[in-house]
Design a protein around this ligand. Structure first.
Ligand SMILES: *Cc1c(COP(=O)(O)O)cnc(C)c1O
Length: 365
């Protein structure tokens, strides 16, 4: 019987390997492993459970993501990176022992005025130039002092986020770095955090006490269009599917919706059971390739919801049930991202719930 075989094989061994690279490049720092957005599409709880062993804390974006970790019995400290959005959430955060980011004056007021069951560790986020989240630099000293003297606060970490860490030459990196360093000195912070994956990899001067890698744990690189392998990382996700049909399309005929691709020679066309309903972007309709039996095959015509069509003329043995790699070993997600005119982050995150995640202890092959 045919199996659709559309799945994301998640290598927990690759995840551990990539974490060991973080440890190697940032040996003096604690590691906050970022598992937001369903662990970048890899599956929150299984990934967090695997990373909990070798990391020092886990970072999520939302309260709900934090609760999922607690309900799964994961005991590593959890940081809510957007903080809490209501007093009720603040109370629950204290009960659950979450650590929280404070990035807005109203979040500070809420914290100072609350009566909490137990004090929290607070990460004070200061805006050093990205202008997204964070309190203004000129409020940093006052905020710091108020947090330090609040009975609701156990410890304070100073943090900021880089806007252009993936572009090492961008002048904003240096500007943000200098401001952060100055603020840290002025408040006398003994715990500070500045580096995402990109800065973890290439700015040792930005490591401080806590690095916050996300993407690189999954074996992907922020330095597109280079691939994770260049930094000896291993891809954690192998997105795969199978051929469900093979037919010969005569020269002159077209394939797929809109008849956008026309055969200029007789072409063997395989239908592969994956489409934009699985998170394989429709934007891949033009230049994309897939990997079959170690060989690159062109995607023909438009990506449909449940299927794509690929040229297997050069592969006489490829037929129903043959496995196809959409990205993973041998076909870096970074390369697919270029074809799709997006970034590896987005491709990984948008694999849909229909795609079964399968967790293996060995390396992805
Ligand atoms: C997502 C996120 C990170 C991780 O970024 P990567 O580029 O995936 O390493 C680090 N810090 C904060 C605040 C984040 O939101």
């Amino acid at each position: 019987m045919l199996s659709r075989g559309t799945r994301a094989v998640i290598s927990l061994a690759a995840l551990q390997h990539n974490l060991s690279i973080v440890r190697r490049v940032a040996p003096a720092s604690s590691v906050l492993a970022v598992v937001k957005a369903d662990a970048y599409g890899h599956g929150l709880v299984p990934v967090a459970r695997a990373l909990a062993v070798g990391s020092d804390a886990l970072g999520v974006a939302t309260f709900e993501e934090g609760m999922s970790l607690k309900l799964a019995g994961i005991e590593r400290p959890v940081l809510l990176m957007e903080g809490v959005l209501s007093t009720a959430q603040l109370q629950q955060a204290a009960q659950q022992g979450f650590q929280i980011v404070v990035h807005q004056p109203w979040q500070l007021s809420m914290l100072l005025e609350a009566q909490l069951a137990s004090p929290l560790t607070v990460w004070l986020k200061v805006d050093t130039g990205m202008h997204r989240l964070g309190i203004a630099a000129n409020g940093c000293a006052l905020f710091w002092q108020q947090l330090q003297s609040s009975a609701n606060v156990k410890a304070v970490v100073l943090m900021s986020h880089l806007a252009c860490a993936d572009e090492p030459e961008h002048p904003l990196n240096q500007q943000q770095g200098e401001l952060f360093s100055r603020l840290r000195q002025s408040v006398g912070a003994t715990a500070a955090s500045f580096a995402n994956s990109a800065a973890t990899l290439n700015r040792p001067d930005f490591h401080y006490q806590w690095v916050r890698p996300g993407l690189m744990l999954y074996g992907a690189t922020p330095f597109a269009p280079s691939s994770g392998a260049v930094q000896s990382m291993q891809p954690v996700m192998h997105l795969q599917s199978r051929i469900i049909s093979r037919t010969r399309v005569p020269a002159g005929d077209s394939v797929g919706y809109g008849a956008t691709w026309r055969a200029d020679r007789d072409t063997d066309v395989a239908v592969v059971a994956i489409g934009y309903g699985d998170g394989y972007p429709r934007h891949l309709s033009a230049d994309a390739e897939v990997l079959i039996d170690g060989q690159r095959c062109a995607v023909l015509g438009r990506v449909s919801m449940d299927m794509i069509t690929v040229d297997v003329t050069a592969l006489p043995d490829a037929g129903p049930n043959t496995q196809v790699t959409l990205w993973g070993p041998g076909l870096p997600v970074e390369e697919v991202a270029v074809w799709a005119n997006t970034i590896n982050y987005e491709l990984l995150c948008q694999v849909t719930g229909r795609v079964e995640r399968i967790y293996v202890d060995g390396a992805n092959t």
